[in-house]
Ligand binder design. Sequence first.
Ligand SMILES: [Zn+2]
Length: 453
Amino acid sequence: MINKALLALYAYEAMDFVYGEEHRHCCDGWEKNKVGFKWFNRRHTRGEKLLDAMATIISLQSGRRPVSLIRAPESTHLELVIASAQLMTPAQVSNFERYLTLLTKTASVTDALIDASQAEVVVHAYRICRDEVDKIVIARAAHLAPTLPQIAEAIKAYSAKEGEDVSYEIHILELARSAIKSLLAYRAAATAAATADSAGEALVLQLHRDLIAIIPALYMKAEVTIMDSAVEGYISGALVEVCFLSRALDDMIQAVASDKDLRAHLRSGALRCDWIKPRTKPDAVSIILDEPSMEGLRSCLPALKDTSVEQFVQAIDDKLKAGDRYPTNRGIARNPRNLPATFEVQESIHCEAALIAYLDDQAIDSTVYIASALPACYACHLLAISMREVQGCNSFRLGPYDGVIDCGWEFPALRHVAELEKIMLTKSDAHLRVVVDAYHRAKEPWTQDASGW
Ligand SMILES: [Zn+2]
């Protein structure tokens, strides 16, 4: 039933995402158009940023596949439970653990920007994530290289202004210019396969230094505007993407440098990683839409009370016709030979849901923060908030959430699945009501992006 509900929401939602009300307040919708990973909420605690950063690094190591992790609740060790969509090889696991060990050696350093011990961490991380980092850098450098003369022009134009203090604007543009130059140098070495030698190490460190210098500006709307208005098109999205690894590294180095307890944990060697792999290999599941199944659906989702089977099927077909415009279209296929209308979706258990299931039968006193390398989807978000109603306490909190609707979302093994499904359906009905209304109000809903959300 949950897949049908998600399919209904997907069919009537004009975009790819459903935004919870609370998400509008945290970033005013500004983050929704960013390319790639979202910037994390800057209000996250240092401990949460540390977990976010670890998830990012593991994900980059495995080709940017979904990864979620938690710090095991009530553990006296720094015990991580890591769920990854792709089974990590023993070499990848030991590389990540070596990364954490190297991190412990940076613990005593707080003042220098990058000292020798931090340099070792940075170089090791860039090495283990190299395949993915190279891919991102090569793709983004192609976009950024032609903007260098435009940035130089903009700096010149600012410098020529009289009677106006534009030193900050010039500073921001110079940061962007340095970062792009370092990227181009890194790309040249990467394409010559030279990044692993000692000359390559110097390039990696220079790139990291330049990227962490520009990261604070990429959080700020005014600074992003300065950068983007200096060039044709935009550069902020590409810069955000190439900063993923360095931002994660910087967050971790800062966390270790400033957190006494964490340092003590790391120094004592009391670090453990438990890896779990949810059944993420997709399973094709058919969803049949006919009058009897529609009746069942209407009883769970009153928002569909005036919707006929034909209208529902038409709404899905319209959206599928838009093809790649909606990334979520990829997992859904209409089976044209089968009547009544049959849609095939690829079912899998998401990493966030797998971690919730992992802790389901444990009594947890505190809220567990689930860090994810990719923003959590709509159904995982519904599951986390519905668990509160079943357990009567605030047990789980997800990281960034963008509300992607994955119609193949599958329940993990949980104790209260039936009850949870009921709560989730009620919550999704509220969202569905809004989008169904908007759909019927708009003449061409798929060409109008402002349809109520
Ligand atoms: Zn999910």
